[in-house]
Write a protein that binds this ligand. Sequence first.
Ligand code: T1G
Length: 682
Amino acid sequence: MTSQSIQQSGPVRTARHGDVLVIVADSPPVNALGAAVRDGLEAAIKEGVADSSIAAMVVRCDGRTFFAGADISEFGKPLRGVPLPDLVNMIEASPTPVVAAIHGSALGGGCEMALGCHYRIAVPSAKLGTPEVKLGLLPGAGGTQRLPRLVGTGIALEMIVLGNPVSAQKAKDAGLIDRLAGENTLEADAIAFAREIAGKRPIPRVRDRHVEADAAAIAVFRAEHRRKLSGFDAPEACIACVAAAAERSFADGLAFERDEFMKLMTGTQSAAQRHIFFAERQAAKIDGVDPATPLRPIAKVGVIGAGTMGGGIAMNFLSAGVPVTIVEMQQEALERGTGVMRRNYEASAAKGRIPADAPDKAMALLTPSLSLDALADCDLVIEAVYEDMSVKKELFGKLDAIVKPGAILASNTSYLNVDEIAACTQRPQDVLGMHFFSPANVMKLLEVVRGAKTAPDVLATVMALAKRIRKVAVVAGVCHGFIGNRMLMPRQVEANKLLLEGATPEQIDRVHVAFGMPMGPFQMADLAGVDIGWHRDPTRIENIRDALAAEGRWGQKKGAGFYDYDDKRRPTPSPRVAEIIDGFRTSAGTKPRAISDGEIVARTLYTMVNEGALILEEGMAQRASDIDVVWIYGYGWPVYRGGPMFWAQTEGLDKVVAGLERYGFPVARSLKAAAGNGEALK
Ligand code: T1G
């Protein structure tokens, strides 16, 4: 059947296929439902309704995906165009049936658009979801009222409160879609389906369906996810809206949803979470490097060191289908490391997180070796050996002679000077840092450390590779600790000083956990290991950490660190640690005083912001939002606070500066200037 193009309204066009009107939106990159798209859709639907020869309509998108949601960049700005809820209601009220034809991801407002349609068809690879909660919001175009009516309270809670998409098959099984199309025949199948349902009456409207109240499902859901949702405003609002779908009329439910949506939209949490959404994507952009820079092909990766870090690093590439050669110096260490990797995969498979055959597939791509020569054909080699400059310098000298020209050499160092390491090779332009965070196969952050001589294409290649291995990469400059660990230092210094002045580990940790961090500085030390970075001389006791390490209080792994632990690793405040701290206070002649939570925040968190401002002044981070991304994805900073630099804005830079000055800290010039001018740190 030939089509006849009738109308183009901005990014939306229509084409008649006999008695079916196909409405096509084309608004790259993700067909976000911005004002022009909404107005175009409104015009197209009105055209179809007004034409009595049209028996049914199909709505679909060009490009890689169905509507991926409202246009987030429009939020916080004056509304233009037809509001999305009104558009969805208009479609649902149409006397001519409308079929949503879905490919890619129908997300947020896109899923709500589909719910307003009368039928839904999708290709098998499509996903449908309502991820608004990840932006600190809730589906605000009727999704909280329509989705429960279509799939029931239980699945609606999973989709709306956790924000995870479902596959087309799961959507079909749940009744969210009516039919699966051929992967490559969506439009034709949708037109055929439209003809099939064109004469059916009554036209099915989701709003006419009923959902039974299910308080038990809600109670079970809340209990199961309490920990993960704590601190966030949006999840509870989502749950209340899903409950309203069963308790109120559709109209009242919509009104309730609208009220709850506006409360969230105007709150700081959503602003923070939307900030991180864009910040994460902005971090992938490298200032001064053409996005079209040709990348070096990375077909094979070498990893040196099969310990915790090396094994975790290797797993990232194996999971992405990239062959890895992993090198250790001793057979026993090599076997232990590869054994840990396999067990990690098998544990994930046992939990259903990866397919049952994934462990074998991944490990089949791994080539263990005891010789650096095995790295000769690798396109990228990452070292994860002992954190010692002389060891790394010697290794890079050897690698320089072994690996092929054009291969990239990366160090996983957490602190050390990448330029010094690069200088041990004849190819400093091919050298950079790739700082993974432990456990490397789990943590999403990757600090990509740009050396003074790192070539632009090398940097662009590694930044692109990060996305391929599902990491969030941030460009860092060469300085001690780069971005994240550098900001950790003032926090650690002040936390230990506060102990000497009268605070306790549990008080400081409690303040940080109440702030939203997954754990406080001392809980983190016990988890990572109090002995990390210790000089290993038990007779040399210069600070509290040395004293703990000297008597074997190395943290959770030893059953004792800053806390005492039972056999289930549950922590309790340690009288022995209190004794040690008192000893240092006495030696220093310090009389312990009561310390307020506010002082702890100022001295451990404001100082981090101050260090972040210095990092920006020195060009060690490209932008303030990059620093936020580092702390969200590398250290678990609560996303609803938007990262340290965003949080400082919401706290008030003048308040941060006043706090720093009150406790005697030299305030970064840029921070003081921004506070004075009422501007944001860039
Ligand atoms: N609005 C505006 N821009 C968006 C966008 C959106 N919804 N989604 C993506 N972009 C931009 C993104 O910033 C990037 O821009 C480019 O598109 C490619 O994105 C009323 C209120 C769809 C799975 O939360 O999950 O609907 O950096 O790099 O990896 O109830 O984008 O190129 O300049 O992520 O292939 C709900 C968010 C909105 C979905 C594709 N929808 N997007 O992933 O590409 S709120 C969402 C995504 C809402 C209603 C409520 C992903 C993707 P640039 P990308 P990708």
